[in-house]
Design a protein around this ligand. Structure first.
Ligand code: SAM
Length: 280
């Protein structure tokens, strides 16, 4: 396929730079530039945004982000073998791509970018949930980013968008949906990647809301949700016993049956309970 950036096909890039995929780094590469373009487009209009990309690898998604007009891309890659291939992309798009060699869990990306900032990444599976949790729990809200467009294992994507009463509903759903609009925008079969993983993948689009959907103290809400879902088969009057005194009365005041289980309780009701617990 002729690439619009004049750079060689990704298979050639991988062969020339000896980028055999390493499982320990969660390397499952996207080599189809039509697909990476589709993912980049699902992030919305990039022309007015800086973009943080975690794990650019050989650069398929990076090239798509630049071709879609991202104002500036900061790409954080842990594997130094990828750096020469990424330098070639930077040379093809002068002044638009900055590559940082490091661990995305440690790099202060916000300090290097100018808002509005969008995060777009085909995440390494081994650190994907940890990165997402970090982005969803900043010290202040709204966060440094406007949207997150992230590839996960499909099962993790389903946990992010899950609704009450389903098996996938839990801490991740509540954390994401409390302060974001979250939806799955694409599902990809294993064969879309090289090497093919064992499971399907999905792209989730999270857009930061200006304020939480329902008021609650983040720490109190997190404590309640963690306790409730750590023992998700137990009734809340038992699983939340250690969270606050007279928990049954507090559950009732929040409109939650003390015999309910965490997976049956809506985000709105958890927030009501967090306000009652915080008030003492
Ligand atoms: N973006 C490329 C693509 O779509 O083909 C590669 C995606 S691959 C699933 C994940 C990438 O993240 C790999 O290039 C891997 O080396 C990199 N990576 C793994 N752990 C990382 C970390 N902690 N910080 C930054 N990059 C990491």
């Amino acid at each position: 396929m002729a690439a619009i950036d004049g750079l060689p096909p990704l298979r050639e890039v991988i062969a020339r730079h000896g980028l055999a995929a390493k499982k320990a780094l969660g390397q499952n590469f996207l080599l189809d530039l039509n697909l990476t373009a589709k993912i980049a487009r699902s992030a919305g209009d990039l022309t007015q945004s800086d973009v943080l990309e975690v794990g650019p690898g050989p650069g398929g998604l990076t090239r798509a982000l630049l071709a879609e007009g991202a104002r500036h891309v900061l790409a954080v890659e842990k594997d130094e073998r990828c750096l020469p291939a990424l330098a070639e992309i930077a040379a093809a798009w002068p002044g638009r791509l900055e590559v940082v060699h490091g661990d995305a869990l440690e790099v202060d990306a916000a300090a290097r970018l100018t808002p509005p900032i969008r995060v777009v990444a085909n995440l390494p599976y081994n650190v994907g949930t940890e990165l997402l949790t970090g982005w969803l729990t900043p010290p202040v809200w709204p966060p440094f980013w406007q949207s997150l467009t992230l590839m996960f294992q499909k099962e993790v994507a389903e946990r992010i968008v899950a609704r009450p009463g389903t098996k996938a509903y839990g801490r991740l759903a509540l954390l994401a949906q409390w302060r974001c609009e979250a939806r799955i925008v694409m599902v990809l079969p294993p064969e879309a990647f090289t090497p093919a993983p064992k499971v399907h993948s999905a792209v989730v689009q999270l857009t930061a809301l200006p304020a939480p959907r329902f008021p609650a103290d983040a720490k109190v809400l997190n404590r309640i949700v963690a306790a409730g879902f750590n023992q998700r088969r137990k009734m809340l009057r038992a699983s939340l016993r250690g969270v606050a005194p007279e928990i049954e009365a507090k559950l009732l005041a929040a409109g939650i049956a003390p015999t309910a289980r965490a997976e049956e309780v809506s985000l709105e009701a958890f927030c009501a309970l967090a306000r009652i617990v915080a008030a003492g």
